[in-house]
Design a protein around this ligand. Structure first.
Ligand code: ZN
Length: 407
């Protein structure tokens, strides 16, 4: 049995756990050390450290302090790993914690976090998803049940001081172009949890510790649903020992994590194995991680596919804007699902959580980019295919997702 090197107690605050951190900084001490070839288990909190509860109110989604996220387990030091190497991480298995067989999905209030479709869903809402082994369903969204494609939303290596400075500088430059625009999240010492660092050393590192929100060169918060159990990731190494951290586990997620809070978020564990490729970064020309997919994936192979172009819902023309195009594909899918009786919120939550595929279909045909959203038909209890007799209202509207008014 592989050793569990990081344990988390869900009844205790994440900030009391010295093998957990919520910023990126090279001074964060390694939580443990392993040898190349070792396999081991890390337990993790959900990304909010347990703030979101299994209940029928969205008040917690409305009120969450987003400077506290994400709580990551690690860093794990790998003996012999040096800057310029590749750290090979095989995700042998991933699961929910035994005492926590559920997850959450939600949309943030526009006043605290917002999200991809926040103009259409400006208030906090939440759905709870119960796990039945490899399957999940929600008491807030009838008519769907599907197999999990379990993955870490966030996994990466520690930056060196130069890379950290580069991140903070370039992100601050962007913030300066529109300081109230929420374009990026600068370091914030107040709620920084720097693992086992204490006192002055903690304060110094907390002042410049990079927030965990964006994906960066080291991996980080990529939210790639296909980094699932059985996949193998090759990370750049910047510091001695590499410093591998993981968290933000998802039971399932649609491409884009469009609901932002987030996929089906859960507390759980990751069983992994590490190897090193000496000098691998230069050998393979690696700047960002690469990965090999799992041989295991849910076999949904029939879809209704929605197209979107870079013309927004007000009719404004954008130039080859993939973000606008994907948004339109999502809105088109939501309108379609409403014809079967779903509320807009329920449809949005399905797109954020189910194994939905998003594709960039065309980026050269000026002025319109084209994006597609692939909605699997086999996750529904009823037929969602279009036909001449029209959609049947299978969902009667008696159940909806909890919603919370702004305070
Ligand atoms: Zn997440």
């Amino acid at each position: 049995m592989a050793e569990t090197l990081v344990k988390v107690d869900l009844s205790q605050p994440a900030t009391t756990n010295e093998k957990v951190h919520n910023r990126w900084h090279p001074d964060i001490p390694m939580a443990c050390w392993v040898n190349p070839g070792d396999d081991f288990i890390l337990e993790t909190y959900d990304w909010t450290g347990g703030f979101i509860k299994n209940n029928d109110s969205a008040d917690d989604v409305r009120d969450v302090d987003l400077t506290t996220v994400h709580y990551l387990s690690g860093p794990v030091g790998v003996k012999g790993a040096e800057p310029g190497d590749l750290l090979v991480v095989e995700l042998l298995d991933i699961g929910a914690k035994q005492e926590s067989q559920w997850g959450f999905n939600g949309f943030f209030s526009q006043k605290n976090g917002g999200g991809f479709l926040t103009d259409h869903f400006p208030l906090a809402q939440k759905s709870i998803w119960d796990f039945e082994g490899m399957f999940t369903k929600s008491r807030h969204i009838p008519g769907v049940r599907y197999a999990g494609l379990i993955h870490p939303g966030l996994i990466g290596t520690l930056p060196d001081p130069k890379m950290l400075e580069n991140w903070n500088t370039r992100e601050q430059k962007l913030i300066d172009t529109n300081p109230t625009g929420n374009l990026a999240n600068p370091p914030f010492a107040g709620t920084a949890h720097m693992g086992s660092l204490k006192g002055e050393a903690r304060d110094k590192a907390a002042a410049t510790g990079a927030r965990t929100v964006p994906p960066r060169e080291h991996g980080g918060n990529c939210d790639i649903k296909d980094l699932s159990r059985g996949s193998k990731v090759f990370f750049p190494v910047y510091v001695d020992g590499a410093g591998l951290s993981v968290g933000d586990l998802h039971f399932s997620q649609g491409d884009g994590e469009i609901t932002f809070c987030g996929a089906i978020e859960m507390a759980g564990w990751v069983h992994m194995k590490v190897q090193i490729i000496k000098g691998g970064m230069a050998m393979y020309g690696i700047k960002n991680p690469i990965f090999k997919p799992s041989i295991i994936a849910p076999a949904y192979n029939d879809y209704v596919i929605f197209e979107g172009i870079s013309v927004d819902e007000s009719g404004k023309q954008y130039y080859l804007d993939v973000n606008v195009a994907y948004k339109q594909a999502c809105l088109n899918a939501i309108e379609y699902l409403k014809k079967f009786g779903y509320s807009g919120a329920q449809a949005y939550s399905i797109l954020g959580t189910a194994p939905v595929q998003g594709h960039i279909s065309g980026v050269v045909d000026v002025p319109n980019a084209c994006a597609t959203l692939w909605l699997p038909t086999q996750i529904f209890d009823f037929d969602i295919n279009p036909n001449a007799s029209g959609p049947i209202k299978h969902i009667d509207g008696s159940i909806d997702m909890p919603i919370s008014q702004d305070k």
